[in-house]
Write a protein that binds this ligand. Structure first.
Ligand SMILES: [Zn+2]
Length: 430
């Protein structure tokens, strides 16, 4: 069993001891941010809270939330709690929905990041004899760097290929004998598509056995397709620039996401009222970073919806579990009174034989009324067969069975929908 864990002492520590550790670290964090950052100091003073008012873990519920709006207001370095001299690395989100979120790190922050990423990759089965093809985009984005730090701690060989130039990805995978691939799930499917066009069989012609995928929402059905197409085990990764980057959770062999709660205190709240929910209920994830120095966050609202469990897992980890993300509350659509998440539509489509992994959801706005339709690319063989109206009908029925909503589906020729090297754009507006 010893080889099951990267950090057995923490990953199998009894939950009450983990919570004691969290409480000690929360108290220390409160003192630290209260004394070292003007914004946090004011925020806590406005809420009439002093660090020593925190007498138990539950007292965290008295503390104010931190939102994306706050982060924008203090862009880029307003929430930094150390001297700028102590910062050794800076990352940032893409800023697609406004100003980017900036993630500065001290040397210790980088060490912690490497540690939690090593836990995650180790849980996926990565060892020092593995060759990890790191096909996340190197740049400001945290993804590629987090995977590199974790894999380096384990001692695996990292191929720093970054994303793009997909034919070269295939050649490198073949020639270097990559055994693990890290990228977005949609990009892994595009690499498979290009490999097939180059005459390879993704299942047989490569040494790949582990997929480390994240940075976009993907359904269990998509996971099954990826595993079948590549002949690998595909693991989920989850993280946020605000919290540390990837490495917030480790997906174990049971495919459950264990939260590294010794560093990231996790709460689940009602997204409407902000009230704390009990474990097992679905709500919005909220994180507090317990050990970060440069840019700690206190009760950061993620807008990601999930369920949080405190229960034992077959793998032996005692770290609590969070479900896969159902969707971001921002992505939620209300169509004719029905709540719809893009991932639900993906689940339906992936169940239909003859539909490829390439699809897009088209949102049309007329006045205040939003309507949805879906465009799918059939697989090459299915496209050749013709009678695509039958395929469209099957897809519509599958969507109806999940959502109870009629969403028209249109089959369009293969290779029509733009491919992405990073995050796929699944919802477009027309
Ligand atoms: Zn587990």
């Amino acid at each position: 069993m010893a080889t099951e864990f990267w950090n057995q002492k923490i990953e199998t520590k009894p939950l009450d001891e983990l919570k004691n550790l969290q409480f000690k670290r929360l108290r220390r964090l409160m003192e630290y941010i209260y004394n070292n950052n003007k914004f946090y100091h004011k925020k806590l003073r406005d809420a009439q809270i002093k660090p020593d008012n925190i007498k138990s873990l539950n007292d965290i519920q008295k503390l104010p939330f931190l939102t994306k709006q706050d982060l924008r207001e203090f862009y880029p370095f307003g929430l930094v709690c150390t001297k700028m001299d102590d910062i050794v690395e800076v990352h940032a989100s893409s800023g697609t929905t406004g100003k980017p979120v900036v993630g500065p790190y001290t040397y210790n922050d980088v060490e912690i990041w490497g540690e939690v990423m090593a836990r995650s990759l180790w849980a996926n089965g990565l060892r020092n004899n593995d060759i990890l093809q790191n096909s996340y985009g190197y740049g400001l984005f945290t993804g590629a760097h987090g995977f590199e730090k974790g894999a380096q701690k384990i001692g695996a060989s990292i191929i720093t290929i970054s994303s793009g130039n997909t034919k070269r990805q295939v050649n490198v995978m073949k020639d270097f004998g990559s055994t693990a691939l890290a990228c977005t799930p949609s990009y892994s499917m595009y690499i498979a598509e290009v490999a097939e066009e180059m005459g390879f069989d993704p299942k047989k012609d490569f040494k790949l056995k582990i997929g480390c995928f994240g940075a976009e929402a993907w359904s269990e059905e998509m996971r099954n397709n990826i595993e079948k197409r590549w002949g690998i085990i595909a693991h989920e990764h989850y993280g946020l620039t605000e919290v540390i980057g990837p490495g917030v959770v480790s997906e174990c062999r049971e495919k459950r996401l264990h939260v590294n709660i010794d560093h990231f205190l996790t709460e689940i709240i009602d997204p409407e009222t902000g009230e704390t929910l009990t474990t097992g209920e679905e709500g919005e994830l909220v994180y507090t970073t317990l050990t970060k120095e440069a840019f700690p966050v206190l009760r950061f609202r993620t807008k990601d919806l999930a369920v949080y469990y405190e229960e034992e897992c077959e793998c032996g980890r005692t770290l609590p579990i969070q479900s896969r993300i159902k969707g971001r509350s921002d992505d939620m659509m209300k169509i004719k009174g029905v709540i719809v998440f893009p991932s639900q539509i993906e689940s339906a489509l992936m169940k239909v034989e003859g539909v490829s992994d390439n699809y897009q959801i088209v949102k049309t706005k007329q006045g205040n009324i939003i309507s949805l339709s879906v465009e799918i690319e059939p697989t090459y063989n299915r496209h050749k067969e013709g009678h695509l109206d039958a395929l469209e009908k099957l897809a519509e029925e599958e969507i109806y069975s999940i959502l109870n909503l009629n969403v028209p589906v249109k089959a369009i020729p293969p290779k029509t929908i733009p491919r992405s090297n990073g995050k796929a754009k699944r919802v477009i507006e027309r």
